[in-house]
Design a protein around this ligand. Sequence first.
Ligand code: 6PG
Length: 207
Amino acid sequence: MTVVESCAERLIELLSVPGSKSFAISGGSSPKPLFALLARSAVDWREVRLYWVDERCVPADDDQSNYRMAREHLIEPADIPASNVHRVQTELPPEQAAEAYARQLPDRLDVIHLGMGSDAHTASLFPGDRLIEDRTRRTAATYVEKFKQWRVTLCPRVILEAGNVVVFAPGGDKADALQHVRHGEIDPLRYPAQIARLRDRVDWFTG
Ligand code: 6PG
């Protein structure tokens, strides 16, 4: 079984428990084959309320939009009801979008899919971002210098409080960061994806 198939299997298991559940997804490009497997699965999407781990502050139809990527690779193929889709309203200024998104979030997310960049960032929490040390805020707008781009992101508290966290970080370019993230000394400010290691349980799908 490939790493994407294994990750999909775990997410399908988590999303197939009876009743309504909330599911926050990450963006980028790695999730595309994962979303394709989820879309073809037997998950009853009428019971899944969809959220985002982070979003670029661009129009919803922009090719950099995480919402657009999910719409193309998951929402439309899986025919997820529009009423279940809770995107970040990037038509608002970043701070207002973050505040509005916090009001949409449930008290606790049931399932979170995290990605990880080759610099060990997760969500839109990049190395050195003081939000990494924040345990109060649930969402925030943050300017990512590396990309000269505003983002809205979940904050660590939401990741730590979630019912289940699955990290999907395939690809050779992440191998060095993964070594530090999974087995190195805990230093989330330097390796933000280590936030997941602060939980009692997290499922890692890497390699
Ligand atoms: C984003 C993502 C981000 C992503 C990493 C990894 O907005 O870019 O949410 O946190 O998970 O950048 O992206 P890839 O999986 O495409 O390498």
